[in-house]
Write a protein that binds this ligand. Sequence first.
Ligand SMILES: *[C@@H]1O[C@H](CO)[C@@H](O)[C@H](O)[C@H]1NC(C)=O
Length: 201
Amino acid sequence: MLSFQKVVCVIVLAVIGMAGLGHSAAVQSRDTEATIIFEPTMYLVYPTDPKRFDSPTSQLEVQRSGNMSILENIAIFENIPATAKTCTLGWAQAAIAERTPFIVDGSGLLGAQQLPRIPEGQINWESIAPIVEEAVAQGDPLLHPDTTSWPDIKLEEKHIAGPVDCAEAIYLKLQVDYRNGDGFVYLGQDSKNGLTITVQG
Ligand SMILES: *[C@@H]1O[C@H](CO)[C@@H](O)[C@H](O)[C@H]1NC(C)=O
């Protein structure tokens, strides 16, 4: 009787042990499935020149002067996996040998606003402004990545700005935030530098 109880006990422990192993393996594989997406399509938009339309560019380039936003960007990340559970906006700077041009003059505090969609046709300030107003009215997350002083750092760095809503396409508006005053930020983007969306799930 006693030895039978011992056997039962050992089997139960073995089952718990296996369940434990299975669980940690799943956690591990979830972690390794995090994907970092680089190189969004960028549009430059000009609040003081609303009709101006430029072809898409690769760099992040925003400017505020005289306490007026002069140059903002619309960033478009596409082909986000449908299985994505969490999507996080960030930005990366490669080690200096692989660094793209990165300039911050004055304040490098950015404001990033997720947008629910982009306009049909040309993306310029005139066409994007109503969508921005709608997004802000809905209280969508407004994130504040700060690039100030980071060009001086020669090491590779990955920065987290914060969570955004996952979608097949993630649209963001970027500007120099007014709270730290005027500034200009230029960050060339490639597969190791620039804005990122980290997808998990
Ligand atoms: C700069 O602009 C912001 C936002 O429009 C405003 O709240 C702030 O008072 C202005 N600052 C100065 C110094 O005019």
